[in-house]
Design a binder for this molecule. Structure first.
Ligand code: ADP
Length: 184
């Protein structure tokens, strides 16, 4: 069982790797991006609020995200552990998660930073063709990543929870390195 966070820039392969780890450990892969895209597709109130932020590459405001994460971590299947992908995406979200985990008596095992150079993430995103994968939005998402998300790396490093893994390798090699990090 593990409770792990995958950090890393957009396009770093977090989603693919988180899904593989979730299958290996038989625990839920909790992706705030996937939860938001599902809400947008189902045209829920939450989805309607989130859409414009996602389309422009900006962060969806905390008031929309935090309750969504709380509800998901509260589900029975999350008792067995989880892999968080795309959350936390800012220091304020990391602080929220700490408080939430304390409330529900769970402890984070590890935050793994999936390290991939900028030019690689841009070419990967341009190749996958998701609705928000156009050049302008990609540029904005990288900016948001540097300004708001990268500081969470220090947040977890200061708390001795951080491990970095080189994500610029063959998919299977990255999965093996992530498993080793979780086992350490
Ligand atoms: P990527 O895999 O490219 O990082 P995601 O699927 O994680 O993309 O997220 C897509 C979009 O959803 C983000 O650009 C953002 O608008 C929104 N989003 C996802 N997670 C969060 C979050 N934790 N806080 C705020 N916005 C989020």
């Amino acid at each position: 069982m593990t409770r792990s966070i995958l950090l890393g820039p957009p396009g770093s392969g977090k989603g693919t790797q988180a899904q593989r780890l979730a299958n290996l450990y038989q625990i839920p892969h909790i992706s705030t991006g996937d939860l938001l895209r599902e809400a947008v597709a189902n045209e829920t109130e939450l989805g309607k609020k989130a859409k414009e932020y996602m389309d422009s590459g900006n962060l969806v405001p905390d008031e929309t995200i935090l309750g969504m994460v709380r509800d998901r971590l509260d589900q029975p299947d999350a008792k067995a552990g989880w892999i968080l992908d795309g959350f936390p995406r800012s220091v304020s979200q990391a602080e929220f998660l700490d408080k939430l985990l304390q409330e529900i008596s769970q402890e984070l095992d590890i935050a793994i930073n999936l390290d991939v150079p900028d030019d690689i993430v841009v070419s990967r995103m341009l190749g996958r063709g998701r609705a928000d994968d156009n050049e302008e939005t990609i540029r904005r998402r990288l900016e948001v990543y540097r300004e708001q998300t990268a500081p969470t790396i220090d947040y977890y490093s200061d708390r001795d929870k951080l491990v970095s893994v080189d994500g610029d390798r063959d998919v299977d090699e990255v999965t093996a390195a992530l498993q080793a990090a979780i086992a350490s």
